[in-house]
Write a protein that binds this ligand. Structure first.
Ligand SMILES: Cc1cc2nc3c(=O)[nH]c(=O)nc-3n(C[C@H](O)[C@H](O)[C@H](O)COP(=O)(O)O)c2cc1C
Length: 170
């Protein structure tokens, strides 16, 4: 798929068939994630590709929305803000920005594979860390159900700020 077509095709998919995601697709998606830029090239993030049925069952219980994680794969985006680049004069960590860039690479690669996904931030982060055995300073920041879109699922309306308002020319 051409880049602009991928960007246009990406929508939040919240209903999936049970069809498995091929390992070859996973490998191509991982290459796209690795290509992401990060401040000072620190790469202070990791992703867990979860397809083990028992682990998925436990992980689904951390979501605040019922069924949002009902996919054959759930990817967990982890961040370590202590490992991210930081300006000595600015307490802000860019770890979450770094993670978000890599995560959007993931989401666009998933779309290019004609699979669906959805950013999920509405979950119990403490319980997710327990289920995945993630220890501080690492945090589970975001989850992505990934799978083949179920044709019975519906997309929410595409509502956006006009492009000229979004990006002003000065
Ligand atoms: C950081 C982030 C967190 C989100 N968390 C959730 C979520 O917890 N549950 C959900 O259903 N959608 C979630 N979404 C999806 C947004 O609702 C969706 O991207 C937005 O409504 C635009 O729709 P579209 O992705 O179909 O274009 C999240 C999106 C982002 C970027």
């Amino acid at each position: 798929m051409e880049f602009y077509d991928v960007v246009r095709a990406r929508r939040s998919v919240r209903k999936f068939t049970g069809e498995p995601v091929p390992a070859e697709a996973r490998k191509r998606i991982a290459q796209c994630v690795v290509a992401a830029p990060s401040a000072c090239n620190r790469q202070p993030y990791r992703f867990l590709w979860i397809e083990d049925p028992e682990l998925l069952k436990k992980l689904r219980t951390v979501a605040l929305q019922p069924d949002i994680l009902n996919a054959p794969v759930v990817v967990a985006g982890l961040v370590n803000c202590d490992a991210a680049w930081r300006d000595d004069h600015d307490p802000r960590s860019v770890g979450e920005i770094d993670l978000a860039i890599a995560a959007e690479h993931l989401v666009l690669a998933v779309t290019a594979e004609k699979l669906g996904s959805c950013w999920v931030a509405a979950f119990d982060t403490v319980r997710a860390a327990e289920v995945l055995e993630i220890q501080s300073p690492w945090r589970v920041d975001v989850l992505f159900p990934i799978g083949h879109p179920d044709p019975a699922g519906t997309l929410r309306p595409f509502v956006r700020v006009d492009a000229d308002e979004m990006m002003k020319v000065l």
